[in-house]
Each structure stands twice: as C-alpha cells, then as structure tokens.
Design a binder for this molecule. Structure first.
Ligand code: ADP
Ligand code: F6P
Length: 331
C-alpha cells in the first residue's frame, strides 16, 4: 500500500473534517501518499483527485461541513458509475480508500471492493446516529448540542409568552437526535419513530402540564415519525401542531423546524476526538492490508469490524433513556 484516497459522502457532519485531518496526517507520517477526492463518489466518477499535504488539512479539525465537499451521487449505484470510479483510482495508483459517510456510502465502498478489489475502510459520518454497530457516529454529538442550544434560546421566548413549542429535528428514521436532545434540555415531550405517535396522549399531557402551571412546553419531534403508520409529506412539527390545536383549540403554540442548522457550526470536542481516533485507525487498517472494515466506538474504545457484519446489525432502542427522559418532566 503506497497511495490511499479519502472522500466524504452523503450528508455532511461535524467531525468529518477531523477524520480527514487524521487520515491525512497519519498516512503521511507512515510514508503514504494521500489523495483527496472532492464531492464524494461524484468526484471519483468525474476523475479528479488532489494530492493532500500536511498543509492542506491545517486548521480544519473543528470546522463543520467537510473541506472535501460531499454529494449524493446516483450514478455510483450503477456498474457504469462504479467502473468510472475504479478507473480514477487506477489512474492515480490509489489502492486503498477511506470513505467517510453513512450506510449508503458504505454500500458504495463495498461495491468497489467486491467488484474491483479496491481496499476500503468506512468511517461513520452522519448526524443521524443510525448505525447499529457503533455507539456514536461523527456529528451526532454536535447536532444534539445545536438542538440543545436552540431549545435553550426558544425557552426564553416561549416561557415569557406561556407558549408551547413543537420543535422538529433531523435524524431520518432514527430518533436519537430528538431523544438525547430531549434528555439534555428537559423537553416536556418527545415524539420519535421508535415509538407510536399518539396525538390524544400528547394533547392530554400538555393539557395536564398547563393545569399544573407548566406553561412553557417544548415538544421535540423527530422528522422520521409516522402518523397512523404512514410517513406523511411536509414538516412533522406542523402536523403535530395541527393535531394539538384540534384537541386544544385555545393552545398558544408555535412550530419551529431546526433543519440544516443541525449540520452547521464547530464540532464538539467529542466529535473532534472521535474523528481523529477513527481517521487514525482507518489508516492503520489500510497499512496492515485490511479491507472491508468499518470503524466504530463501543464503551469508549475505537475498533474496526467487518463491513457487512456491521451493516447487518439492527439498532436497538435505549428504553432506559426514553423512560428517564419522560420521568424527569412529570408534573
Ligand atoms: P449516507 O452515506 O449518509 O447513508 P446516502 O444513502 O445518500 O447517504 O448515500 C451516499 C452515497 O453513497 C449515494 O449518493 C451513492 O453515491 C452511494 N451509495 C448509496 N447506496 C449505494 C449502493 N447501494 N451502491 C453504490 N453506491 C451507493
Ligand atoms: O442523513 C443526514 C441528514 O441530515 C438527515 O438527518 C436528513 O434527513 C437529511 O440528511 C437531509 O438531507 P439533505 O441535506 O439532502 O437535505
């Protein structure tokens, strides 16, 4: 192994830059040449790679987004797209690739290794925390921190106006951002895809809080929640607000969609450390000739695991955190 590549793919997340930084610096310190591929698999398909130096990654560890750029690239799912990607890797003599992204990006990496013998290592970069094999993905901690800061600000205005606020957060089909933010900011209710949505129960809870004198109520809603088992189009917070008003017509309520704010801003210290440790281990794996591995963290220990086995795992739901979150805001 003499030359490796690194790319970031799918939704960007804080901590990706820290992983890029460590990948580059660790590879250089082992005498490897490193190429950065811009805009995820699109860059590979377009055929351009840039040789990275220690200077190229100076001062990026804390920054949100990804200096390599990212993209969602449908062509990578086709054999033609994959052949173009492989041609680029061959052109630059890259025999190992570090892919920083979510499970979709890992599928792309797997296609390159299974079909074309490229050595690939995946680093989990997504705010969603939706990968079962690892306790945390890069960006999750930072996204939760953004939500908690935003809710703290919302509390100021909601409390002096005696308002209820329905706040929608990201996470796709995974409720972790909503759940852990709810725990950390004391949201009065949390609606997540892992639990059935019950509009009557939610309205009852808010009515109870109001009668108990709790007049500012924060309801955190995950974008992945389903209504009557179906995923409705449009913002979930607006539908939840409508449901509440149908049941409590006098409710003083607003909805806020946090959206892409959650993917912006500096990475937390946790995500910086995690990105660095994961990038370092990814390079170690490639240097040892390993392939088809994903990097994860369990009980504070960073490890590598077979990619397919890791992706086959089903994420378990933390019932204890859910119950604790609810119990802390009983009135
Ligand atoms: P994430 O990596 O965050 O899960 P996506 O699911 O959007 O995000 O995947 C990112 C990119 O990975 C896709 O745009 C595509 O380029 C590539 N990809 C996803 N699934 C596959 C697949 N089955 N085969 C090849 N490439 C894939
Ligand atoms: O996967 C990360 C994520 O931020 C999800 O939480 C969200 O549903 C999606 O990406 C948004 O995608 P886009 O940036 O393409 O709007």
């Amino acid at each position: 192994m003499k030359k490796i590549g690194v790319l970031t793919s799918g939704g960007d997340s804080q901590g990706m830059n820290a992983a890029v930084f460590a990948t580059v610096r660790c590879a250089l310190s082992q005498g490897l040449t490193v190429y950065g591929i811009h805009d995820g698999y699109q860059g590979l398909i377009d055929g351009v790679a840039e040789e990275l130096t220690a200077k190229s990654v100076e001062g990026i560890v804390h920054r949100g987004g990804t200096v390599l750029g990212t993209a969602r690239c449908a062509e990578m799912k086709t054999p033609e797209g994959q052949q173009k990607a492989v041609a680029t890797l061959k052109k630059y003599g890259i025999d190992g690739l570090v892919v920083i992204g979510g499970d979709g990006s890992f599928q792309g990496a797997k296609a390159l290794s299974t079909g074309y013998g490229i050595k690939v290592i995946g680093i989990p970069g997504t705010i969603d925390n939706d990968l079962a094999y690892t306790d945390y993905t890069l960006g999750f901690d930072s996204a939760v921190a953004v939500v908690v800061n935003c809710v703290t600000q919302l509390r100021d205005t909601m409390s002096c106006n005696k308002r209820t606020c329905v706040v929608e957060v990201m996470g796709r089909d995974c409720g972790d951002i909503a759940l852990y933010a709810a725990l950390a900011c004391g949201a009065e209710a949390v609606c997540i895809p892992e639990k059935p949505y019950d509009a009557d129960l939610l309205a009852k809870k808010i009515a109870h809080n109001l009668s108990a004198g709790k007049t500012d109520n924060i309801i955190l809603v995950s974008e992945g929640i389903r209504f009557d088992g179906t995923l409705e189009k449009g913002h979930k917070a607006d539908k939840v607000m409508k449901d509440l008003l149908q049941r409590l017509p006098d409710l003083n309520v607003r909805s806020v969609i946090l959206g892409h704010l959650q993917r912006g801003g500096d990475a937390t210290v946790y995500d910086r450390k995690l990105g660095i440790m994961m990038g370092a281990l990814a390079v170690k794996c490639l240097a040892e000739g390993k392939t088809d591995r994903v990097i994860g963290i369990k009980n504070d220990v960073v490890f590598d695991e077979d990619m397919l086995e890791a992706l086959a795992k089903k994420k378990s739901f933390n019932e204890q955190v859910f119950n604790l979150t609810k119990s802390l805001v009983e009135y």
